[in-house]
Design a protein around this ligand. Structure first.
Ligand SMILES: CC(=O)SCCNC(=O)CCNC(=O)[C@H](O)C(C)(C)COP(=O)(O)OP(=O)(O)OC[C@H]1O[C@@H](n2cnc3c(N)ncnc32)[C@H](O)[C@@H]1OP(=O)(O)O
Ligand SMILES: CC(C)C(=O)C(=O)O
Length: 559
């Protein structure tokens, strides 16, 4: 059998060579586990900002800053102050207006260029504490085509940049400085060379375990699978000098869609700190999404050390600052991620929610966390369209009316709901379902309703005297039987000639917030036809009698 090797005849396997893997024989990270949150650093105001069509204005930056502080970030990269006046001014605003809480450290980025480094320190003048983050590119393509330098030339840029950062810091002794270096494009750099460059920076900065530096290892462009990145990080941690004096930081991008996975695996491989942005805004496909990574931890019982409970604030602020909409299926926070439209999912969720007790671990099919933890209501969990079964509509109705539908009512309700969903070809709202339920099962204006009743005797000796109202006339009736319900059906039979044979009956008190004290559901045979009725009333027996009248009305209407 012959077949084409490639679906596209122009496909050229030589065009994009495979990324080289590290032949490691001492790989330890696959057996590691994450048990605590890493140190976080938000780069929303820098990497996030530099990738926007319209960079944030001052008030947007301020809104983003407040959100980040409120979420609990302790390190925040606030800009590239030597790059633009707005960036410079924002740093000045933070310092001069005393906007930086005692436990928060600002960080700024700068290229390894003397004039830019000097300008950066001017922006930071008066800061209590700050991280100065200097970088230069180290990958083969950058060395060859952008900088036109050999490895020694690149090491020189790093060494000189580091020396300048250290030297100018001495002019501002009132500030507690931390130095950070990034071998930009680390993940596309030979690991041996990345270590060589970083060791040169270490030699300049002379960190100690008490006064550590930060070495930030970026996947500037994500070019390999996350396990390859983890190997690079483990190799780096094993070979860099003075590991005990270095905080290893990770800064991944999402080109292959694995930025979070790469950051998580990097933590397994020995990294201490994670840089990223809220909802993953950033260059091209974005930076590593800190919200996703934090929620991943949260959902495994690990305190993320960030407050994600304000999900809607996070979304609205990020959208207002970036002018980028959040995808409805964005991990953890998207509008649709706690929503089930499909019948079998709704059925399982409804059953699990009913069985879940407060003090046991969360264990609900299709819902990895309780949506309430991030401020989402259960209302958004189950939504109804033509893919939904009986569970979804029942759930919404139950929530809206504060009742629990007996299974046989759920089955009866499913059919008209499905028909309406198919007719409307769109999602049904709770109001639509409540309206449909009332229309299908309950008595409407102008039909027979209970006006008043008296019950005499009890048990086998029950007698009912009742008055019905059809909107214009009153009808009196009386009957007896071996209970109030059978006395009432006897009365109906005598007065109206309708023989009601009850097949199913359910009555319950209505939920909190409902005006009705009780709800009754009846399924009955009348002239060989099956009818289902429901009624709510303050009084339990009135609810039952009105439910019987609901099926009587349905049969009269059909005649
Ligand atoms: C992966 C990242 O996200 S890194 C951060 C990137 N962020 C930004 O660039 C946003 C802010 N940047 C800017 O506004 C501008 O780049 C500025 C104002 C800082 C500098 O602008 P310019 O002076 O025009 O330089 P530009 O950034 O284009 O860089 C070009 C020159 O700097 C050199 N250079 C670039 N990066 C670095 C670096 N990290 N360290 C040292 N030199 C560098 C280049 O080799 C090039 O040199 P050449 O002019 O001799 O060929
Ligand atoms: C400056 C560095 C850390 C960066 O933003 C990147 O490599 O993506």
């Amino acid at each position: 059998m012959s077949h084409h090797q490639y679906s596209n005849p122009d496909f050229n396997p030589e065009k994009y060579p495979r990324f080289p893997v590290i032949r490691k024989t001492d790989r330890r990270w696959p057996n590691a586990e994450i048990r605590t949150a890493p140190l976080w650093c938000s780069v929303d105001l820098r990497d996030g900002n530099q990738a926007l069509i319209e960079p944030m204005n001052v008030s947007q930056k301020q809104a983003m800053w407040h959100l980040l502080v409120n979420m609990g970030f302790k390190e925040i990269e606030v800009g590239f102050p030597a790059a633009s006046q707005p960036d410079f001014d924002f740093v000045r605003w933070l310092i001069e207006e005393n906007r930086i809480p005692d436990d928060v450290t600002i960080q700024v980025l700068v290229q390894a260029r003397n004039d830019l480094i000097e300008r950066t320190y001017e922006a930071l003048d008066g800061a209590r504490r700050a991280v100065v983050h200097v970088y230069n590119s180290t990958s083969p393509v950058q060395r060859k085509k952008v900088f036109n330098l050999d490895k020694a030339g690149i090491v020189d840029i790093a060494r000189q940049g580091a020396a300048k950062v250290q030297q100018v810091a001495r002019d501002y002794p009132a500030t507690d400085w931390t130095f950070q270096y990034s071998p930009e494009s680390f993940s596309s750099t030979e690991v041996e060379f990345a270590v060589e460059v970083c060791n040169a920076v270490i030699e300049v900065w002379q960190p100690t375990p008490e006064k550590k530096i930060i070495l930030n290892l970026p996947a500037t462009v994500e070019s390999a699978m996350p396990n390859v990145f983890a190997d690079q990080i483990e190799w780096f941690c094993d070979h860099v000098n003075q590991r005990d004096s270095v905080l290893v930081s990770i800064h991944t991008h999402n080109d292959r869609g694995c930025a979070v996975a790469a950051a998580e695996m990097a933590i397994l491989a020995g990294a201490d700190r994670i840089e990223g942005t809220l909802l993953g805004n950033g260059e091209r496909t974005g930076n590593m999404d800190i919200v996703t990574m934090a929620m991943n931890l949260y959902s495994q019982g690990i305190d993320p050390q960030l407050d994600i409970s304000m999900a809607d604030d996070i979304i609205s602020t990020v959208e207002a600052c970036t002018n980028i909409k959040t995808h409805p299926r964005h991990p953890w926070l998207g509008e649709l991620v706690y929503t089930a439209f499909s019948g079998s999912h709704q059925d399982a969720i409804r059953k699990c929610l009913a069985a879940q007790t407060e003090n046991e671990p969360w264990d609900i099919a299709y819902l990895p966390i309780n949506p309430e933890d991030i401020g989402r209501s259960y209302q958004s969990v189950i939504r109804v369209n033509s893919q939904s079964g009986k569970g979804g509509a029942s759930y919404l109705l139950e929530q809206a009316m504060g009742i629990t539908l007996p299974r046989w009512v759920q089955i009866e309700l499913a059919q008209p709901v499905q028909a309406l969903a198919e007719r409307s070809a769109s999602e049904l709202q709770t109001d639509d379902i409540v309206r449909l339920f009332r229309h299908t099962f309950m008595t409407s204006h102008g039909q027979l309703q209970l006006d008043s009743y008296t019950l005499e005797g009890s048990g086998h000796q029950s007698a009912v005297q009742a008055c019905l109202n059809d909107g214009s006339n009153l009808v009196s009736l009386h009957g007896h039987g071996n209970g109030a319900i059978s006395a009432f059906t006897d009365a109906i039979h005598r007065a109206l000639g309708v023989a009601v044979q009850i097949v199913q009956f359910d009555e319950q008190s209505a939920g909190e917030g409902s005006d009705a004290g009780a709800v009754a559901f009846i399924q009955a045979n009348i002239n060989g036809q099956r009818y289902t009725g429901a009624a709510a009333d303050e009084d339990t027996l009135s609810a039952s009698m009105n439910a019987i009248l609901a099926v009587v009305n349905q049969s009269l209407k059909q005649q």
